[in-house]
Design a protein around this ligand. Structure first.
Ligand SMILES: O=P(O)(O)OC[C@H]1O[C@H](OP(=O)(O)OP(=O)(O)O)[C@H](O)[C@@H]1O
Ligand SMILES: O=c1cc[nH]c(=O)[nH]1
Length: 439
């Protein structure tokens, strides 16, 4: 039974987009155990699991003769109904229920019944060929390859087939040599290069890998909820570079110089992401080879506004991307312990009402500071839809505050945090950003 989502969404407004994970690896590599461990850790989420094996094709009479004589290659991608698997994943991705075939290994055919799979927060699809099929790979949000030594896998396969599938050792080895190993060498082993994560899985379980994977999934699920609610919220794509940089920023042992270095790296990416939302005009140029190149021209009429003091740490990234850009400043007295925030200082370009504004502040906590700063810009005549708020981390209360109050302001962040604590600190957060950047 799936637990309900913690954030309510207007029915029919947005559908559930699950997080799709593919788990591949050779026969008896431990894929099912990896999936079980992920499901156990995500017990408070709605997780469903599909097996590639459910999608074996119905065999024609000639193939059936081969299968009955153990002479049919079930390890080849052509043994699968790939279109049907693809369709099921696409429907689940759209938040729709699907009926999954039930495959009977003894008769090499499909049962009349099917299994109903309802929409979920996380969908895991496992199977030896899951990463070997391009059309399936393209559907996945996370690709995992379980890596286990060949001899360990063969030993496990013999043990399993003899104990639970009524086979003798000689026939298991014969099938392994004829079909299983060649398919591994041709399709499965090479598919490892498509994986986001390769999980070594030998005699003992790789708990660290499972922890990392489930933490990443939790992060993505939190982001998914908010992204589904607010169209004006954008979270930059998370990859392991971005996660690595955040890990350094969040580590309290990180030196001041490293904090500055990695904050600057993320700031640069944030600014580029913000610039990507500006309008453009088509522009045709001639290349040194004399050919025409149909491109675009950057928008004009742009400026930056930093919220003093931490926002000033983002100015360098903006200047690196936009030479000579005008940058204004706003100083807000932060709302602490019931005291409302005031604007203490502002210095903005005189013609700001005609410009797009990249509003810079690395931390969005309660959202009070951001709302105050946005209101100053609106009062100066800036159009709401021309404000882009850039922050390195954003806590859900601040996201709700800003995105609800100013639905046309684009909020771009590199990560969404869990919450804010009783001291108005973002959790897990980076601590006092300004103190760490400027000390
Ligand atoms: O969303 P909120 O709860 O309003 O918090 C966010 C504000 O807090 C930080 O500034 P801080 O007050 O720490 O000042 P500083 O930049 O001078 O360090 C941050 O740079 C924001 O301006
Ligand atoms: O956690 C927080 C909250 C506000 N400002 C910061 O710098 N950090």
């Amino acid at each position: 039974m799936c637990s309900p989502s913690t954030i309510s969404v207007v029915p029919g407004d947005v559908c559930r987009h699950p997080f799709l994970i593919g788990v591949a690896g050779g026969t008896a590599s431990g894929k099912t155990t990896v999936c079980d461990r992920i499901m156990q850790r995500l017990h408070d989420q709605c997780v469903v699991m599909l097996s590639q094996d459910s999608f074996y094709r119905t065999l024609n009479p000639d193939e059936m003769v081969l299968a009955k004589a153990s002479n049919y290659n079930f390890d080849h991608p052509d043994a699968l109904d790939r279109q049907e698997l693809l369709k099921c994943l696409q429907l689940l991705k759209e938040g729709r229920s699907v009926d999954i075939p039930i495959y009977d290994f003894a008769s090499h055919s499909r049962a009349k019944e099917t299994r109903r799979v309802d929409p979920a927060d996380v969908v895991i699809v496992e199977g030896i060929l899951v990463l070997a099929m391009e059309e399936i790979r393209e559907q996945l949000n996370m690709k995992i390859y379980v890596d286990t030594d060949d001899d360990v896998r063969l030993a496990r396969r013999i043990q399993r087939d003899v104990a639970s599938r009524g086979r003798d050792v000689a026939s298991v080895i014969e099938q392994y040599t004829r079909f299983v190993k060649p398919a591994f060498d041709t399709f499965i082993g090479p598919s490892r290069r498509h994986a986001d994560i390769i999980v070594p899985w030998q005699s003992s379980e790789n708990i660290v890998a499972i922890d990392l994977i489930t933490e990443h999934i939790r992060l993505k699920l939190r982001q998914h909820d908010l992204i589904r609610i607010y169209r004006n919220l954008e979270v930059m794509p998370s990859n392991f570079q971005m996660r690595g940089m955040h890990t350094i920023l969040r580590d309290r042992e990180t030196s001041n110089s490293d904090f500055v270095f990695y904050a600057d790296r993320i700031n640069r990416l944030l600014v580029e992401a913000g610039l990507g939302h500006l309008p453009f005009q088509e522009k045709i140029v001639t290349t040194p080879t004399g050919e025409r190149y149909v491109g675009v021209e950057f928008a004009r009429g742009l400026c930056g506004v930093s919220v003093i003091r931490s926002g000033e740490a983002m100015e360098a990234a903006l200047r690196e991307c936009c030479q000579g850009i005008k940058i204004g400043k706003i100083l807000v007295h932060r709302w602490v312990h019931g005291k409302s925030e005031d604007i203490i200082y502002e210095k903005l370009p005189a013609d700001i009402s005609r410009r797009y504004v990249l509003l810079l502040d690395p931390v969005l906590g309660t959202g009070n500071t951001a709302c105050k700063a946005i209101q100053v810009l609106l009062d100066k005549g800036v159009q709401e839809s021309k404000i882009l708020f850039l922050c390195i981390i954003a806590a859900p209360p601040g996201i709700h505050r800003v995105c609800q109050a100013y639905p046309r302001v684009k909020v771009i962040t590199s990560e969404i945090d869990t919450s804010i604590d009783e001291n108005w600190s973002v959790v897990p957060g980076v601590g006092e950003f300004g103190d760490r950047y400027y000390c």
